[in-house]
Design a binder for this molecule. Structure first.
Ligand SMILES: [Zn+2]
Length: 283
């Protein structure tokens, strides 16, 4: 789809089963997608889509989150999955063509595709020419978890590969609440889901798109402001969501959902009961 001079594509990796402890399976239960529980922590597992986003602007190719990256590693058991590289090929792009990667946070279902292990068992950036953008607060928190000071939230961080990207100087840590990555593409720190979680707002030619990361993972959470067990700071998440959804509605902006199974994009409206409804749009 086009937003002004930006071209936006959703690079869906398919549907997966996300378990309470944070691990993910390939799913055969796609029939539950339409009735996903409101709170992912309500049942033992929930169906999720994995949908990184590609934004093209002039000679910039920007990725928003990188997916699970299954099948990227040499010797991976997943040979038949649609990972971020196979999806880029559909649009005539090679990993070398990606110039910027913005990560909403470092949970592995968003960040694992950022790197891979090659035939010589060396960790490499999946996108060798890209600068990777992460909020500093996210990195600090992830490190704290991995170093075992506060293990309760550690299961969703798998930083081994990411250390390599950091030590190779591929990662730019953002420290402000709002940073313009390139003209019209801004990362906004929201916290809530994780302390350094950020969303991305795209703006071009008077049109706006909000990519909400895990602050609003799918359309089922539109009227559920907290995910008590999934958000580290539920109250902060709620405050940010209330304000941002008002903004999205007023600005008639488009919403993109990373974890949606069947409605990755749409515009927001309010019904007679002042509940949000989504007018789905094919990405
Ligand atoms: Zn997450």
């Amino acid at each position: 789809m086009d937003i002004g001079s930006f071209t936006i594509e959703v690079l869906s990796e398919g549907h997966f089963e996300l378990f309470k402890d944070g691990h993910i399976n390939r799913s055969k239960r796609t029939e539950h997608l339409a009735t996903s529980p409101k709170d992912p922590s309500d049942s033992n597992s929930v169906m999720v889509g994995i949908n990184p986003v590609l934004v093209q602007s002039g000679n910039h190719n920007i990725l928003l989150d990188t997916g699970l990256g299954w099948g990227l590693d040499a010797g991976s058991q997943y040979t038949d999955v649609s990972n971020v590289c196979t999806n880029l090929r559909i649009f005539g792009l090679k990993p070398e063509d990606i110039t910027h990667v913005v990560l909403t946070h470092l949970h592995y279902d968003h960040a694992a595709g950022a790197s891979f292990t090659n035939m010589e068992a060396k960790t490499k950036p999946t996108f060798p020419n890209a600068t990777y953008y992460v909020h500093k607060q996210e990195w600090d928190f992830a490190l704290e978890q991995s170093e075992g000071q506060q293990l309760s939230y550690s299961e969703r961080y798998r930083l081994d590969d990411f250390y390599r990207l950091v030590s190779d100087g591929r990662v730019t840590f953002l420290t402000d609440d709002s940073t313009e990555i390139i003209d019209g593409i801004t990362a906004i720190k929201t916290g809530g889901h994780t302390p350094g979680h950020q969303i991305v707002i795209l703006e071009n030619d008077g049109e706006k798109v909000y990519y909400m990361g895990d602050l609003l993972p799918n359309e089922y959470q539109l009227n559920e402001y907290t995910m008590e067990k999934a958000d580290i700071y539920p109250l902060e998440a709620k405050k940010k969501k209330v304000r941002l959804l008002q903004q999205v509605c007023e600005e008639k902006a488009l919403l993109l959902f990373y974890h949606s199974g069947n409605g990755q994009a749409g515009h927001l409206f309010k019904d007679d009961d002042k509940k949000y409804i989504l007018a789905k749009q094919l990405p």
